[in-house]
Design a protein around this ligand. Structure first.
Ligand SMILES: Cc1cc2nc3c(=O)[nH]c(=O)nc-3n(C[C@H](O)[C@H](O)[C@H](O)COP(=O)(O)O)c2cc1C
Length: 143
């Protein structure tokens, strides 16, 4: 088994994102992620992005650098960055959801870091990850 890292951040979009702009961003991200084995989910609401992505350490570095350099967003705040046991979104090159602003707020302001977690419990106990999982289960999958 290869080690898998996950990163979660929130950021502010520089422009309000139309459906077409989000679609274009996703098409590019999914192609890149297909090549690098990165999977994850992007959430957008009212000028705020939140992204969860996961993959092997080296492609994750490159992906994160690409994301950090993008001029489409600013004020990136990292919520989580560390190893996980299993992928949360193994089937998604990059899923997209547009929740209500309050839902995004609830997920992004939750605690994403588990203090003193033993390996094996990593991530599983994080409130943020639990909220993201619950949110994803409740919604109908979009294309
Ligand atoms: C919100 C957001 C999410 C992104 N997600 C990914 C991603 O999952 N994988 C990836 O390789 N690049 C991702 N990128 C980077 C874009 O694919 C693209 O390389 C970058 O936006 C180009 O830079 P520019 O926006 O300054 O033109 C993302 C960028 C943004 C703003």
């Amino acid at each position: 088994m290869h080690p898998i890292n996950a990163i979660v951040y929130v950021s502010a979009s520089v422009l309000p994102m139309s459906d077409g702009m989000l679609e274009a961003l996703l098409v590019e991200a999914r192609q890149l992620n297909l090549e690098s084995g990165v999977t994850g989910a992007l959430i957008y609401s009212d000028g705020i992005f939140m992204q969860y992505f996961e993959g092997e350490p080296e492609p994750m570095e490159h992906t994160y650098e690409r994301i950090r350099k993008s001029r489409k967003h600013t004020r990136i705040v990292e919520l989580m960055n560390g190893p996980i046991d299993v992928r949360e979104f193994p089937d998604w090159q990059m899923a997209l959801a547009q929740p209500s602003h309050s839902e995004l707020l609830a997920i992004s302001t939750a605690n994403w870091v588990v203090q003193g977690a033993r390996s094996g419990a990593r991530g599983r106990g994080s409130v943020g990850l639990t909220l993201l999982r619950d949110f994803w289960r409740r919604r109908a999958p979009a294309a």
